[in-house]
Design a protein around this ligand. Structure first.
Ligand SMILES: [Zn+2]
Length: 421
């Protein structure tokens, strides 16, 4: 079947339409299972009138998402059906000879063009929907600065990666994959280790936590679990959104816990220590390292499969062009999407297991109750859907739904009490 360009073209279009249709169906199922009745477990810490706003918020996002997905899919189907990718390639070839520059120009036009088309959607989402529900704190200036920084960063990092890949393909033929894998793995490690020192400061300001009562409480917790406190930072998340968050990043000496300023604003000290304990749990249970290893393994798998397709004449022809590695890369990316979806499901499963472990760590080294309260408030403030559809959770959720997390926390607490007595 992979010998006939016409059939590959139909397969690519079919995959695109199929995945969009499934995606829309799933979002619709999720919206339908969103009930407004407040579950008993959260009643004490979540306000029913404010939770009532979550349904219209998700409805609006669903309708807007529908428009965005349909527009993107129709456009992509048109580009595939008319052979526009091949025509773009032919046009670039009239004045670029080097395969490296050809690939850079090809992906440059596509990703920049795609991003430009996405701007009206992002703008509406940020300044209309998010603003209407009081989430948006971004000014148009920040919006455009983010865009420009993203383009520069994408051009530099993306350009390096694509340039290196094409160079190795030219140099080594089908054996390119393992050398490129080695280089990309080192690159992924560097990005992970230096993310909070180099990349994050381009967009946000990180400051050490101020002296005061909160810092003292955190200090005494960190001492009790032997976690170095100099790695704790506050980030100005309020520059963009009122939604709060916290995360752990990096490895070894560069490891950092980052708390959003919006989180510190809204939660009492005991809840903040509990959230911090959850993040420390990710570190102590080695989730960062295992996630990194899995990421490197799946990149290797993808590159190995790519090495079998990179030199195919038919893939380029399916996109309407002469043979070109960059055309094959694009077609391969689309053909690979079912595999990457399957891998993403596995990664989400792994991530949800890690969340339970980090919660358990926080409950045993600190306390379960302030973590539970903090999670309830966070879900309430962010207008989360408390009753998501199980299939949507299974496929897309990197964190377990709130009620399941609370159930697990209550269990840890109950068994701890049973041990004490
Ligand atoms: Zn977590």
């Amino acid at each position: 079947m992979l010998q006939d360009p016409q059939q590959i073209k139909i397969l690519l279009i079919g995959l695109l339409i199929g995945s969009t249709a499934f995606d829309i169906l799933l979002s619709w199922l999720n919206l339908r299972s969103h009930t407004l009745e407040l579950p008993n477990r959260v009643k004490a810490d979540m306000d029913a009138t404010s939770y009532a706003r979550s349904k219209p918020y998700h409805e609006k996002n669903f309708r807007f998402g529908l428009l965005r997905k349909l527009t993107t899919t129709v456009l992509m189907v048109l580009l595939l059906a008319t052979g526009a990718f091949g025509e773009l390639d032919a046009w670039l070839r009239t004045w670029i000879e080097s395969p490296i520059w050809l690939a850079l120009a090809f992906f440059g036009v596509l990703s920049f063009g795609g991003d430009l088309l996405g701007i009206p959607f992002q703008y509406y989402q940020t300044f209309k929907i998010e603003a209407e529900y009081g989430f948006n704190k971004m000014t148009p200036k920040t919006f455009w600065l983010d865009k420009i920084k993203g383009w520069v960063l994408g051009a530099v990092l993306g350009g390096l990666i694509v340039g290196l890949l094409i160079w190795l393909v030219d140099l080594m033929g089908p054996d390119f994959w393992w050398i490129f894998w080695a280089v990309v793995s080192v690159f992924m490690l560097l990005v992970n280790v230096f993310y909070t020192s180099w990349l994050l400061p381009i967009f946000n300001k990180l400051t050490p936590l101020e002296n005061g009562e909160l810092r003292e409480k955190i200090e005494s917790y960190c001492q009790s679990v032997d976690f170095p406190l100099e790695n704790l930072f506050v980030m100005d998340g309020s520059k963009r959104s009122s939604k709060a968050n916290a995360f752990f990043s990096g490895m070894g000496k560069r490891k950092k816990v980052v708390l959003y300023d919006t989180l510190i604003e809204k939660h009492p000290d005991s809840e903040l220590v509990a959230i911090l304990a959850h993040e420390v749990g990710h570190y102590k249970r080695k989730h960062i390292v295992s996630g990194m290893v899995l990421g490197i393994l799946q990149t290797g798998l993808m590159l190995f499969i790519l090495s079998k397709f990179a030199f195919s004449e038919t893939l380029s022809a399916a996109l309407g062009g002469e043979f070109g590695i960059h055309l094959n890369l694009l077609a391969f990316g689309m053909l690979y999407s079912p595999i990457s979806t399957a891998i993403a499901i596995g990664m989400n499963l792994f991530s949800r297991k890690n969340e339970y472990e980090a919660d358990e760590y926080a409950a045993t080294t600190y306390e379960a109750e302030p973590l539970a309260t903090a999670l309830i408030k966070l879900h309430g403030d962010n207008l989360a859907n408390l009753t998501p559809h199980p299939l949507h959770v299974f496929l897309h959720y990197s964190h377990p739904p709130l009620l399941q997390r609370l159930g697990a926390l209550d269990q840890v607490e109950a068994s701890r009490k049973a041990e004490d007595s």
